[in-house]
Design a protein around this ligand. Structure first.
Ligand code: TRP
Ligand code: SF4
Length: 327
């Protein structure tokens, strides 16, 4: 199976990225039958952050360092940079010739972001075309499986519609319909109980400094009615518990849940437990990340090698399209 996914390069990654995407990327990489493409979605980053690109290069390297630190292996998977494979833009342009504007204006992610993001002007051609660009990413490699979070599903639906329209116009079955692989974790909560996101400033980074990690866990929202240790608690509304669920098996989770609900454990103890779990997870990542970022040319070379490989495959698709379009 051909697998492709991408992330916008926003710098170091947090636990939302890990449970929302990377864990599935790792799972798919494990299977020898899969050929996985993992891409830094540079142009997608530009659709919203076009006005200030000064950090983009560092952000790409930091993101890729985190990918490799958690186990994305450049020997097994093709790690590449969208902007280094020019065929993405070519297919983006070709597809944009027959994508109806109505599809784009109706796209739920477009409507949501226009409403939500107020500090930037998103009334742009590039931003409107975001799903077309994402479709180009997916179709260039004849992708079978696209691991994504639920929020990206409308874009995959969009890609499927593009395939049908392409086949209708050119009566050619060049592309097949790709499938999503949704991540199991619905969403990772941030320190304040909202969705974990850099823009809410509520994240825990995968490579968090351990002192900062402790401070952040101390700030985490628990059940506000549980003040004393023997007060009865409600784990379902507690961020600490939501994290424990991500790491513990069912029996251990149930144990904590019962103890909390019966007032047998206090939040301080619970937080200490989480500190232990998370620092054990983070420590090896911290040293790997430090090592990787100490040699930036190594990271740049991984991206170059991956992008060359991707480009070879992408070129075949573009050549076939030129033929179909009778150029
Ligand atoms: N839009 C995706 C996101 O924000 C990133 C992305 C770009 C992507 N191209 C892709 C994901 C292709 C999957 C496949 O998360
Ligand atoms: Fe949350 Fe643990 Fe406190 Fe219960 S005891 S509210 S699970 S931190």
């Amino acid at each position: 199976m051909i697998v492709l996914s991408g992330m916008r390069p926003t710098g170091r990654l947090h636990f939302g990225h890990y449970f929302g995407a990377l864990k599935t990327w790792l799972e798919l990489q494990k299977c020898d039958q899969n050929k996985c493409y993992y891409m830094s979605a540079d142009w997608h980053a530009l659709t919203t952050d076009y006005a200030n690109t000064s950090k983009i290069h560092d952000n790409i390297l930091e993101m890729v360092a985190d990918w490799i630190a958690v186990g994305i292996d450049p020997k097994k998977s093709i790690i590449f940079q969208q902007s280094m494979v020019h065929q993405h833009i070519e297919l983006f342009l070709i597809l944009s010739m027959f994508v109806p504007l109505g599809w784009l204006y109706r796209c739920p992610t477009y409507k949501d972001q226009i409403k939500e993001i107020k500090n930037r002007n998103l009334n742009n051609y590039g931003f409107l075309g975001y799903p077309v660009l994402m479709s180009a990413d997916i179709l260039l490699y004849m992708t079978d499986i696209v691991p994504i979070g639920e929020d990206q599903l409308p874009h995959l639906e969009f890609t499927r519609d593009i395939v049908k329209r392409f086949n209708y116009f050119y009566s050619d079955n060049l592309f097949h319909i790709p499938n999503a692989k949704l991540t199991k974790t619905a969403r990772v909560l941030g320190l304040d109980g909202r969705k974990m996101s850099k823009s809410y400033n509520n994240t825990i980074f995968l490579t968090e400094d351990i002192d900062t990690l402790y401070q952040k866990i101390n700030k985490m929202i628990t059940d506000p009615t549980k003040i004393k240790q023997n007060d009865i608690g409600h784990p379902k509304i507690c961020v600490v518990f939501s994290f424990i669920q991500l790491f513990y098996d069912k029996t251990k989770q149930l144990n904590i849940q019962n103890n909390c609900e019966q007032g047998l454990i206090g939040c301080v103890k619970c937080k200490h437990l989480l500190m232990e779990i998370l620092s054990e997870f983070i420590k090896p990542l911290n040293s790997k990340r430090k090592y990787l970022l100490s040699d930036k040319t190594y990271l740049v070379n991984i991206l170059k090698t991956g992008s060359d490989k991707a480009s070879n495959i992408a070129d075949k698709t573009i050549k076939r399209i030129h033929k179909i379009l009778k150029f």
